[in-house]
Design a protein around this ligand. Structure first.
Ligand code: PNS
Length: 156
């Protein structure tokens, strides 16, 4: 089975990486789709986010990194994935994800979404909190891979 794991990854966190690791252990192929969330104003460029995900996922040969181009269900088709994969951290994720899964099932003509429950190791801190802590001069080294921290220090 081939799953498409979409997200903004702005920036990629240890939580994202742990989820990719679990997915890599479960599925034949995992495509990480570095997307654009129309509801969020971006921080890092999409190209930079793709490059960072490539670096931190390079040890898995069956994990591919691609850039998202609009509607998620179109990308599911473009990359010939069997389903969308999402992580669930809490109740508010559940409510949002339930709506998106239903919408994607409808507009994607039966595209399924599968969920992994994020454990303690994955809950960590969301990308938006990481951004806030970093912007205010806090230490994010335990929330993001080292290569991400280096890139952030260089760019911002
Ligand atoms: O990490 P995020 O910001 O929660 O990821 C959200 C993302 C990129 C997965 C979501 O915004 C998305 O699916 N964008 C593609 C546009 C789309 O298909 N929207 C309709 C989804 S129901």
């Amino acid at each position: 089975m081939h799953v498409l794991f979409p997200g903004s990854f702005d920036p990629p966190t240890n939580g994202h990486l742990r989820l990719v690791e679990r997915a890599a252990g479960l599925f034949d192929e995992v495509t990480v789709l570095v997307g654009v969330n129309p509801q969020k104003s971006g921080w890092l460029e999409q190209k930079q986010r793709v490059k960072l995900m490539e670096e931190i996922c390079s040890k898995w040969k069956h994990v591919h990194i691609k850039a998202g181009k609009g509607l998620l269900v179109e990308d599911v088709r473009r990359f010939k994935a069997d389903a969308i994969l999402k992580g669930l951290r809490n109740g508010s994720d559940f409510e949002n994800e339930r709506m998106m899964a239903e919408a994607n099932f409808y507009i994607g003509k039966s595209v399924e979404t599968v969920f992994l429950i994020a454990g303690n190791a994955e809950i960590g801190v969301s990308s938006s909190l990481v951004r806030q802590i970093f912007t205010l001069g806090g230490d994010i080294s335990s929330f993001v891979p080292a290569v991400v921290l280096t890139e952030l220090e260089k760019t911002l």
